[in-house]
Design a binder for this molecule. Sequence first.
Ligand code: SF4
Length: 694
Amino acid sequence: VEAIGTPERSVVTTCAYCGVGCSFEAQMRGEELVRMVPWKDGKANRGHSCVKGRFAYGYAKHQDRILKPMIREATTEPWREVSWEEALAFTAGRIEAIRAAHGKDALGVITSSRCTNEETFLVQKLARAVFGTNNTDTCARVCHSPTGYGLKQTFGTSAGTQDFDSVEETDLALVIGANPTDGHPVFASRLRKRLRQGAGLIVIDPRRIDLLETAHRGEARHLALRPGTNVAVLTAMAHVIVTEKLYDAAFIAERCEQDAWEDYAEFVSAPDYAPEAVAELTGVSAQALREAARAYAAAPNASIYYGLGVTEHSQGSTTVIAIANLAMMTGNIGRPGVGVNPLRGQNNVQGSCDMGSFPHELPGYRHVSDPAARAVFEAAWGVTLDPEPGLRIPNMLDAAVGGRFKALYVQGEDILQSDPDTRHVAAGLAAMDCVIVHDLFLNETANYAHVFLPGSTFLEKDGTFTNAERRINRVRRVMRPRAGYADWEVTQMLANALGAGWAYTHPEEIMAEIAATTPGFAGVSYAMLDERGSVQWPCNAAAPEGSPIMHIDGFVRGRGRFIRTAYVATEERTGPRFPLLLTTGRILSQYNVGAQTRRTENVLWHGEDRLEIHPHDAETRGIKEGDWVRLASRAGETSLRATVTDRVAPGVVYTTFHHPDTQANVVTTDNSDWATNCPEYKVTAVQVGLSNGP
Ligand code: SF4
């Protein structure tokens, strides 16, 4: 404040980091951001914040920002700064040439869960209505796509069932594959408060997370399972609930498909899923499994919160289904204090999925093969839409290596650093004739790009983000776009360079189009958001005030559907060469691959990713605290320093993936979820040994 001066104006906007979606007042002096003050009327945060939202905005003015468009004929050439007109003409020329030579399905887009709903809507519209292909995917592919699949199959829609307020009425929280203290700090504070009031806690995680250290009055259990065995643990818990008749028979009879329940109950009652049968496999004792199941079933209101430790597995979708099964069989759906709550990592994961950025779904989760759904958009956009699903991110890369996919527009996503099996991503990008990176910084993906279009930060644009509780929050422009245009304007200019004739003058008009074409958003407008602050979808004639809790009287799909959850071991196995299992996560002060937080001076920068290793495993390898170690898998290797700790169990190692020098994803494999291709980041067989450093 001393350097910039006293604020002259204040604009309410939304944090662009995690899925909690905290509201802030951006206090401004001219074009300078003086400070971010948590907004006391923000319904997701009520005046609270974490270090990232409050202090990690310096990247917006960082010298690394690229502010001029750049092009190059080949990636071996240096970049050439050009005007926006020249960049867009060059890009459109390449896209037209590729489409003429290879067809529309040689083109594709990747949207980002960092961008607004309006921007995401436009990017998938660019793919479908202008390129003519369903080759559109989102970075949610690599995080919560199994949530989309699993919850749609069981409940009928891909969304968390509760609002954050609901945690205040829970009697027991089951937290699986999530570390809210680091990943979702403001929500974690509310959960800790409830634990201090006496709510019970079950943590299912290979690592002892901070939540377990919280002083609380209720019972806390930790099921420190072996990575890759979520389905076996959850199905064993279901076995106990079914065979001991702890389920809610009235809820099941009234709310769920009876045939599916009977089939599931028979399946899960098999001796194969008895806790005693899976104890060795999972590393969790039969007694601990039985006690956890009984505690969950006995709690008057039991809730489940989960994160990427559920989804980023070869059985990610099966795990989400297993979670939904547990909630349904115990009647923990449709009222405060219960439910199934995916904690979304990025600020707009929920929104990017809602906006139709998946290759098989139009906005509002309607399949592209549905003629009625296509007709809505064909009428609105004046085009004929392709009824065949397009390519997912990994399929685009495979097709590129195979010579069938030639051009990719990537908005706000560094796929080279954040996607698994870095070498394969690089090979796919290198095989394309036109890679367009639209971003703030020259990221690692840009090494393979032919066009760089400067992006805008959340401070430089209007729009909306949708948080993990389906709350649509306004993002308000507080300063001029430094490169001249907000991201939605750049997408529109690219579409128009290809002859689209779009004429949006403000994101409010894009939201009006979303509301007109997407039933769950029919009641949403900027005027309403400005008046009420925020709203949770569905918001329409049936729910004009929005929907803090879903599935109150019935599931979106009618009756809830139980689905068998057979445990299938991951292909990633330990053995003499790779005897340890690696799993990954985040720390509070950093964010994903660190593009923003590493460029913000006033956020404590943990200078390196560290490898956590159990004292027993460290001793047998001669590793001491702080030693450099080599971490190697079948996919690749990297070097980092060791932290010797019993937070991880013997046989398990853990690291973060924030730092580009470490590039933890060089060791992760190309295994992925059977239903959605979400990468299996959380299970990699590795070897660890002393090294001399990088
Ligand atoms: Fe931003 Fe999440 Fe922190 Fe809130 S909890 S300030 S949304 S990073």
